[in-house]
Design a protein around this ligand. Structure first.
Ligand code: ZN
Length: 492
């Protein structure tokens, strides 16, 4: 297909966006995905309406996006993949380029590199010389196999992620540059044998802050097109799980030098990755809450964080706080956010506000890490509809029960249920590091090393497929960065 001299280019776009782990029994299903089809997908890329992007004629196929969860059931992944391929084959004119819009840590039953599987299938249906660009979350596990199928790739530079939109824009800016210049940059990829969790690598703390801060400037250096650094995703037992650096540059040696320098910087900081907040068992964390005057005090029920892929209905921490509360002289006001349990939520809705009910809560999505907890309390608040929620007060513990798995990252998530973390002695939330609004509120924060599909002390999990050696599982080994380099090419 002729690229040179064109004024516009057809760019197909599709993706399955999920972070899903192998240590939870939870399975992700197609109904868990928010789906955009065809023209609906334009809402993901509002910047495309600016004159700068007018040369791009978007051919939106389908985009599936879900909250982090467990492995996708094989047949449900196959259905989503087939829909993308059918839509690609159904295009009236073949695309000049393809944008692969994904998270990068999707796990599917029976596949060890699901993104590569999907992109390879898409590639087979693209014209042979079509250019592929890709954007990812920095918690993606990028492999050599995936790199073989992309020409351009970029990733978030912040965690918590505030640059998701500009990352999408960057993926398409890189594409536009390649199309305009009629050439592809060299790509250097360095897998880094370090695996840390999100709780240890926020870019708001060291060493994440210093490792990510230079990337913007490095991507503007002479001869460089872009640079990317992945932390990876710890809760997938796969060979590709780990950190990686990629540089795109005018020539292979420049790309290699830059990617290896970024990778070396990450490797040298490996011992500095620690939890950004104090961590311990529930009892250790709770003793510190009781001894402190600081309010609001947040505790992360980190092992069962649904926004990192756990089920979210493990009741271990909830059971502990209710047991502890029962014996205190001075009851503490506690908010527990949350346990997803559709049956319990419906029962509370049927009983109504003010009713006393007994529910068997949780332990259904993830029966491996905990059991249902029988609780009797008063229904304090209800939200009806698709996103149904309820509050069960057990003595002075307000337990949020949601119909589905959902995050509680915003102050408004609490206020609309009549709860205010600012007025409670402690708010226990199924999260890892605090998202910006909660962080701004918190005067103290601790990580509870609780059981679940994404336990924070992941190095104690039974990995079988992971690469070896890999820090921190192995600590005593030497390593030198060595890039895999794909040369650039001129397009006809
Ligand atoms: Zn992420």
């Amino acid at each position: 297909m002729a690229y040179a001299g064109r004024m516009t280019w057809r760019v197909a776009v599709a993706g399955i966006h999920i972070e899903s782990g192998t240590f939870t029994p939870l399975r992700s299903r197609q109904r868990d995905f928010f789906t955009l089809r065809g023209e609906e997908m334009r809402s993901r890329y509002p910047f495309l309406s600016t004159p700068e992007f007018s040369p791009i004629q978007l051919q939106p196929l389908a985009h599936f996006r879900a909250m982090p969860g467990g492995m996708i059931a094989a047949e449900e992944y196959a259905a989503m993949k087939q829909e993308i391929l059918d839509r690609l084959l159904g295009l009236e004119e073949p695309p000049h380029a393809f944008y692969f819009d994904v998270h990068g840590a999707m796990t599917v039953e029976g596949l060890d590199d699901a993104e590569a599987d999907l992109l390879e299938a898409i590639r087979r249906h693209l014209p042979a010389d079509a250019i592929v660009t890709c954007s990812q979350d920095l918690h993606g596990n990028v492999s050599a196999r995936l790199v073989a199928s992309v020409d351009l790739i970029t990733t978030y530079r912040t965690a918590p992620h505030v640059d998701w939109m500009e990352t999408r824009e960057r993926a398409l800016c890189l594409l536009l540059r390649a199309l305009r210049e009629g050439c592809l940059p060299a790509l250097a990829y360095v897998p880094i044998p370090v695996l840390v969790s999100g709780e240890m690598s926020s870019t708001e703390y060291e060493p994440g802050a210093s490792l990510y801060a230079p990337l913007a400037e490095e991507s503007r250096a002479e001869g460089i097109w872009d640079v990317s650094l992945w932390v990876g995703y710890a809760w997938a037992d796969q060979a590709r799980s780990g950190a990686a650096a990629i540089a795109l540059a005018d020539d292979g040696e420049r790309a290699r030098a830059m990617a290896e320098a970024i990778a070396r910087r990450y490797w040298e900081a490996r011992e500095d990755f620690v939890f950004s907040s104090p961590a311990g068992s529930f009892e250790e964390c709770w003793a510190r809450v009781l001894a402190s005057e600081k309010r609001p005090y947040f505790l992360s029920d980190a092992g069962d964080n649904p926004t990192a892929g756990a089920a979210g209905d493990v009741t271990d921490t909830l059971a502990r706080v209710i047991r502890a509360n029962a014996v205190w002289e001075k009851k503490r006001a506690v908010i527990f956010a949350s346990i997803p349990d559709a049956t319990a939520c419906q029962l509370m809705h049927e009983a109504g506000v003010g009713a006393t009910v007994t529910v068997d809560l949780g332990g259904k999505l993830d029966p491996v890490h905990g059991q249902a907890l029988s609780l009797t309390g008063k229904v304090m608040a209800l939200i009806a509809g698709e996103d149904a929620q309820a509050v069960l007060r057990v003595e002075t513990v307000d337990v949020i029960v949601s119909a589905g798995r959902r995050p509680y990252h915003l102050r408004e998530d609490y206020l609309r249920l009549g709860l205010d973390p600012a007025m409670s002695d402690a708010t226990i939330v199924k999260i890892g590091y605090l998202e910006p609004e909660l962080k701004a509120m918190a005067r103290a924060h601790e990580l509870v090393l609780s059981p679940g599909g994404v336990r924070a002390d992941f190095w104690n999990l039974p990995y079988e497929q992971r690469r070896r050696p890999l820090f921190p599982f192995e600590k005593d080994f030497a390593w030198e960065p060595s890039a895999l380099v794909k040369v650039g090419r001129k397009m006809s």
